[in-house]
Design a protein around this ligand. Structure first.
Ligand code: UD1
Ligand code: UDP
Length: 371
């Protein structure tokens, strides 16, 4: 039996890997071993509970205000021990976090093949997002299997010289996750508070936005909300203390915004699906909202997910206060612009990505996802 180990550590990795664990466990020819670094603690546990996954190994490495040095050193030595003990046939890592990069580095040192889920996303700017663009390129150098979510991701990998036989277009597993979380009869007290107002959904956390860029984003959002009495905003604040402090200082006391704790994934997906629009610097939310037809203003200068921009649902608005203020105001006041951005499209997958990845690992024929 082929032994597949999955290593992940943060909330977004967990949301996209848990449906894959469920699928792999349905395959009799595969044995799965789940190892979490717990680069995130509470935000990871929320997802594990939602998908009812109990890890075989929990390395529990998170520290308050951890640096990239802390992460790299602590993950490398802890993962090494587990890999040496288990000696899996393949290790699956996801995306572009420190957990993904450092775990694949450990596999490289030990000669263990790596499969990269969500491979081939690129901005080709090592500073944006930082350090994620480096992380995913480095995982790509090491990987034996590249599970590219879209044809564009595949073409990035082929252009970099990855062998064609190692690159598979599977769709993004986040769309598989949405099939388990979004419900028509969903209710929540925060949605009762929003009532008939337009729901604005906000998240922010990127390392390169900490400090002034994030404060500018928040100031723009506050100005627009103070000018629009028909809107109410929900903002589940990331647990990073630097984000929390800026959010409370810039947005606290505004009675049209509820600053709330990180949402369970089920709540988060249902909030998004009912939103009028999202403002975010998150990666995953750029993939989720297009399938709900919810416009997203991406508060970053670059995106590795241009498919949603091309489809019209995402717009890059950078981190300057005036630019965000104008784009946000326009979307609320210009019906035609709003209509253009709110067409439901699915450039990121069809909900079958996990099945395709499992087929490939079992050596079965697979048919690539075609948008
Ligand atoms: C990490 C990833 C980023 C991903 C993001 C998703 C890296 C370098 N960064 O960034 O790619 O987009 O996760 O959210 O891999 N904290 C808690 N509890 C938690 C989670 C975080 O208290 O459950 C606090 C801790 O003080 C921690 C800090 O947040 O030190 C930052 O966490 P870290 O994983 O280093 O960075 P993120 O910004 O979350
Ligand atoms: N998310 C969540 N609760 C929240 C905020 C986000 O479950 O309070 C989910 C969201 O639906 C998406 C993922 O977390 O699936 C995105 O994670 P994050 O923004 O932390 O990281 P990124 O995607 O930018 O790496």
């Amino acid at each position: 039996m082929k032994k597949i180990m999955l290593i992940f550590g943060t909330r977004p990795e967990a949301i996209k890997i848990c449906p894959l664990i469920q699928e792999l466990r349905r395959r009799p020819s595969l044995r799965t071993v789940v190892c979490v670094t717990a680069q995130h603690r509470q935000m990871l546990d929320q997802v594990l509970e939602a998908f009812r996954i109990v890890p075989d190994y929990d390395l529990n490495i998170m520290k308050d205000r951890q640096t990239l040095f802390d992460l790299t050193v602590n993950i490398l030595s802890a993962v090494r021990e587990v890999l040496e003990k288990e000696r899996p046939d393949v290790v699956l890592v996801h995306g572009d976090t420190s957990t993904a990069f450092v775990s694949s580095l450990a596999c490289f040192y030990l000669g263990i093949p790596v499969g990269h889920v969500e491979a081939g996303l690129r901005t080709y700017n090592l500073q944006s997002p930082f350090p994620e663009e480096f992380n995913r390129q480095a995982v790509g150098i090491i990987s034996r299997y590249h599970f590219a979510p879209t044809p564009l991701a595949r073409s990035n990998l082929l252009r970099e010289g990855k062998p064609e036989s190692s690159v598979f277009v599977t769709g993004n597993t986040v769309i598989d996750a949405l099939r388990q979380t979004v419900r028509a009869d969903y209710t929540h007290p925060e949605l009762d508070w929003v009532g008939d107002h337009r729901l604005i959904f906000i998240t922010a956390h990127r390392r390169e936005n900490l400090g002034q860029p994030m404060r500018r984003m928040f100031r723009a959002i506050r100005r627009v909300l103070e000018e629009h009495s028909d809107c109410r905003a929900l903002y589940p604040i990331h647990m990073n203390p630097a984000v929390r402090q800026a959010a409370v200082e810039e947005l606290g006391g505004c009675d049209r915004i509820h600053l709330i704790e990180p949402l369970d994934v089920l709540d988060c997906h249902n909030f998004e699906s009912r939103a009028c629009l999202c403002l975010t610097d998150s990666g995953g939310i750029q993939e989720e909202c297009p399938s709900f037809g919810v416009p997203v203003l991406v508060m970053r200068d670059t995106t590795e997910r241009p498919e949603g921009v091309d489809a019209g649902t995402l717009k890059l608005v950078g981190t300057e206060e005036e630019t965000i203020y104008r784009a946000f105001t326009r979307l609320l006041e210009d019906e035609e612009e709003y209509r253009r951005m709110s067409q439901a499209v699915n450039p990121y997958g069809d909900g079958q990505a996990c099945g395709r990845i499992a087929d490939i690992l079992e050596g079965k024929p697979y048919s690539p996802w075609e948008p």
